[in-house]
Design a protein around this ligand. Structure first.
Ligand code: GLN
Length: 542
């Protein structure tokens, strides 16, 4: 039987609840337990797929094609367990299903209500499919007190009684702000937050307190006393310099021990954290450094490129170098010469993106990388822009463009209207819904023998996660290949371009998928490891 850990947040948002949950998952794993992490999101969107990356951060895509919250990325990176559709749910999805049932008449005349219908649906979701896990960690998005979060808090409160006694615990993540004029870490916001939680019937077993300095014994005592928590269960969660230090830092503060004790399990020995130590050692003691320019359009919010940034860190770990990132708004290159911005960098990465704004700037970045022989990594949109660049500047297709930006006489990149997933045909039209209709999730690709990417992957058959609506138009393939842009990866049916590369460039690769979603600290993605290695070579040249 799975045991449940419910993780809630208080005081302010952005405390790193997802990371804290992922780190606890890693700690339990390091003690030999099997864990599953899941996220409940109280917003009304059916999934985050249609939300702006600058508001909500990256949309993380699972193998089975769900567009999910970026915390699932933390879960995968910290536990290595691939997440799925079934690991993230939103209020929107719950209501959508309930309303569909109501219209079918499934409720047989009942008045459909938040309690019990919505809360039952949440509980059913939380308990489903957990048979093979020792621990299920369930993170509730938002902070306690949010109106939209109430049904979720109510559902997890009920679960505390539905589950066998002792099979569920509650962790509350809060902030202890330091007030300079008082020279103290303040406990009052946490006291209020726990009061709020208790008013809806949830008594936390453990407090995880984010702070920027040690919690003095007096404050710890106060927190225990006023929040009705054992003093040893007040866990200091201090800021650390790398996120991969978090599991070890939390272990030192006793988090895993307290969690096990809360379940009545006496911890045996210590968790094996050697691989975490190795990663943090490499992050802290690099043998060199490289600078990568990320030329994107959501650079204002770093969370918009969460997995991408982490994959670059992993590429650094693979090469034991530090990766510095220069974040550059691509629109700048529409007004200014890219050279002064890019001359000193060792690699240029154009990430995924949507819409016309900034596209021309990305094309200029690709021109610069191609002509100056600077390593270039184009991901999804970044690949599409690199192909448009080649068409315009090498193949003489001056009007080359993407239909994403409007009608064009030279659709180098066009709307995908049909493709196959396994044996099923997927069809789309320009008038269709935007939500959940892209080419999403894991698809196989076949790599060309002798290509750079086949060498990097060490295989000709790969599977990567996708999230796009447009594709490179194979009508132009011959003309582009004649000018040196090789289509080195295709869908298994040979219809959809998956990877392009230049044979006569040190490292210029464009991929239609999102390799960053599958990179992990212990298994850096081969493309990121190779890109950082190429950047390292470049750094010796400039
Ligand atoms: N906007 C492009 C498309 O839909 C690229 C998407 C992306 O970069 N994820 O095809």
């Amino acid at each position: 039987m799975a045991r449940y850990v419910f993780i809630t947040g208080g005081v302010v948002s952005s405390l790193g609840k997802g990371l804290a949950s992922a780190a606890l998952g890693a700690l339990l794993q390091a003690r030999g337990y099997t864990v599953r992490l899941r996220k409940l999101d109280p917003y009304l969107n059916v999934d985050p797929g249609t939300m702006s990356p600058t508001q909500h951060g990256e949309v993380f895509v699972t193998d089975d094609g769900a567009e999910t919250d970026l915390d699932l990325g933390h879960y995968e990176r910290f536990t290595g367990r691939p997440t799925s559709k079934a690991d993230n749910i939103t209020t929107g999805r719950i209501y959508r299903d309930i309303i569909a049932k109501e219209r079918r008449g499934d409720y047989l005349g009942a008045t459909v209500q938040v309690i019990p219908h919505v809360t039952d649906a949440i509980k059913e979701f939380v308990r489903d499919g957990n048979e093979s896990y020792d621990f299920v960690l369930v993170e509730i998005g938002g902070t306690v007190g949010d109106i939209e979060g109430l049904p979720f808090f109510e559902a997890i409160r009920q679960l505390g009684n539905d589950l066998p006694r002792g099979d569920a615990i509650y962790i509350h993540l809060t902030l202890l702000p330091f007030i300079p004029s008082a020279g103290e870490l303040k406990t009052k916001p946490t006291q209020h937050s726990v009061k709020e939680l208790r008013s809806i019937g949830i008594q936390p077993d453990i407090l995880l307190c984010r702070c920027d300095r040690p919690i003095p014994p007096e404050e710890r005592r106060k927190l225990g006393l006023f929040c009705n928590v054992r003093e040893t269960a007040v866990i200091e969660a201090r800021d650390v310099d790398t996120i991969y230090e978090v599991p070890e830092a939390y272990h030192r503060e006793g988090l895993d021990t307290e969690v096990l004790r809360a379940f009545g399990i006496e911890p045996a020995g210590a968790p094996d954290l050697s691989r975490w130590r190795e990663v943090t050692r490499r992050v802290r003691h690099p043998e060199g450094e490289v600078t990568i320019a990320i030329v994107g359009k959501y650079t204002g919010l770093k969370d918009a490129y969460k997995s991408l940034y982490e994959a670059l860190v992993h590429g650094g770990v693979a090469n034991t170098v530090k990766v510095n990132v220069d974040w550059i708004e691509s629109e700048i290159f529409e007004r200014e010469d890219p050279a002064p911005f890019l001359e000193h960098v060792h690699g240029i990465l154009v990430p995924g993106g949507f819409g016309q704004r900034g596209a021309e700037g990305k094309i200029r970045a690709a021109t610069f990388a191609r002509e100056r022989k600077v390593p270039y990594f184009g991901i999804c949109f970044g690949m599409q822009m690199a192909v448009i660049e080649a068409a315009r500047n090498l193949a003489g297709v001056g009007d080359a463009n993407s239909t994403e930006f409007g009608p064009t006489s030279e659709p180098i990149v066009g709307l995908m209207t049909e493709w196959t997933r396994g044996n099923a045909l997927e069809s789309r039209s320009a008038e269709g819904d935007l939500g959940g209709t892209m080419r999403l999730g894991a698809y196989d690709a076949r790599l060309k023998g002798g290509s750079k990417v086949a060498d990097i992957y060490g295989s000709q058959d790969i599977s990567e996660r996708h999230r796009h609506r447009y594709e490179v138009n194979t009508d132009y393939r011959e003309r582009l290949e004649a000018r040196g842009l090789v289509f080195s990866g295709m869908s298994p049916d040979g219809l959809l371009p998956e990877i392009v590369e230049y044979a006569d460039h040190p490292w210029f690769v464009g991929v239609q998928f999102h390799p960053e979603l599958k990179s992990r600290p212990f298994e850096p993605h081969p493309l990121f490891a190779s890109f950082v290695e190429a950047a390292l070579h470049q750094s010796r040249l400039v």
